[in-house]
Design a protein around this ligand. Structure first.
Ligand SMILES: NC(=O)c1ccc[n+]([C@@H]2O[C@H](COP(=O)([O-])OP(=O)(O)OC[C@H]3O[C@@H](n4cnc5c(N)ncnc54)[C@H](O)[C@@H]3O)[C@@H](O)[C@H]2O)c1
Length: 296
């Protein structure tokens, strides 16, 4: 496999594309918006600078990496000769299904088509294709060169051969593929993280403790520099709500409804780091000061 196509050149699509180009792949980036390409190109510059500063690549590699990445709004052109396609468009089922329908028509049957969705199982998309045996979930985490695991999950028809190709690609970009053995909303780790964030929200929502004390406990006991509420601010509180809604729709259980403390923040327009305020204020959140852990 030498050629990769990314459909959706936003935040995650760009990171996957950049990391793959760094590891020798020719990467064709597709998006419906030309504007996304400008943002994507400047993000690639930023990632390259990070890698240089950490001495993970050298100056001679900069041009090679950039040269390997091309951009096009034409889907047929983007997927031409691709060995593997990764979909990273917005988290909306109808849009993803339409993208998969188109990709299935354009790609030869031996090309694997992966969805980077955070919450939509491939079994909800596969019937939009005529070749469901080559579609699968390949779920990356943000900044995959720093957080180098991904999750692979089969749909109802995905073959072992398709999974093997996905595993080989994952190893080739130095990201370890974790195998989800049974279809699961939230894969492996998002499920664990969901249980943590849901319980933390409930503790604060029901008045058991102030959210800052929940984070203080987490940070002191696990020796981390950020707690679950700080982490939710980073992800974006609207995104946290959307993911909670996926679980709520699936179970229909009242206890899975996103709690008021979260919805109130969103109503006020406080979405986390991206709006300068969420549970904390940015760019200098309270928890970044060492004395804060001791309540000062
Ligand atoms: N943001 C994260 O940390 C993260 C982590 C893991 C997985 N994901 C998943 O990755 C996917 C993308 O998330 P993101 O954060 O990069 O979103 P984003 O909004 O930054 O990027 C999405 C891109 O998709 C493009 N797009 C929309 N419809 C399209 C179409 N029909 N064809 C081609 N391009 C289209 C948009 O123009 C946009 O540039 C989602 O499924 C999300 O759940 C995100």
């Amino acid at each position: 496999m030498t050629k990769l196509c990314i459909v959706g050149s936003g935040f995650l699509g760009t990171q996957i594309g950049a990391l793959s180009a760094r590891n020798g792949y020719t990467v064709s980036m597709h998006d419906v918006s030309e504007k996304a390409f400008d943002v994507s190109k400047s993000s690639v510059e930023e990632y390259i600078q990070e890698w240089i500063s950490k001495e993970e690549i050298n100056q001679d590699q900069i041009d090679e990496i950039k040269k390997r990445i091309s951009y096009t709004t034409s889907l047929p052109e983007a997927v031409k000769d691709a060995d593997i396609v990764i979909e990273a468009v917005v988290e909306q089922l109808d849009i993803k299904r339409e993208v998969f329908r188109e990709l299935d028509k354009l790609c030869k049957p031996d090309v694997i088509i992966c969805s980077n969705s955070s919450s939509i199982k491939i079994s909800h998309i596969e019937d939009a294709t005529k070749h469901p045996e080559r579609v699968l979930n390949m779920h990356f985490y943000g900044y995959p060169w720093r957080r180098s695991v991904l999750e692979l999950m089969k749909g109802s028809y995905t073959t072992d051969e398709a999974i093997e190709k996905a595993r080989a690609y994952s190893h080739s970009i130095d990201v370890y593929p974790l195998m989800v053995l049974k279809e699961s909303t939230g894969f492996i780790f998002n499920r664990v993280w969901r249980a943590i964030k849901k319980e933390c929200l409930t503790v604060a929502d029901t008045g058991v403790a102030d959210f800052m004390d929940v984070d203080r406990a987490w940070m002191s006991l696990y020796k981390t520099d950020i707690g679950p509420f700080g982490m939710m601010d980073r992800v974006g509180l609207d995104v946290v709500r959307d993911i909670e809604m996926v679980y709520y729709r699936e179970s229909g259980e009242k206890r899975d409804k996103p709690p008021k403390i979260l919805l109130d923040k969103i109503k006020q327009g406080d979405l986390g780091v991206k709006t300068g305020k969420g549970f904390y204020k940015y760019p200098d959140p309270e928890y970044s000061k060492p004395e804060w852990l001791h309540g000062k």
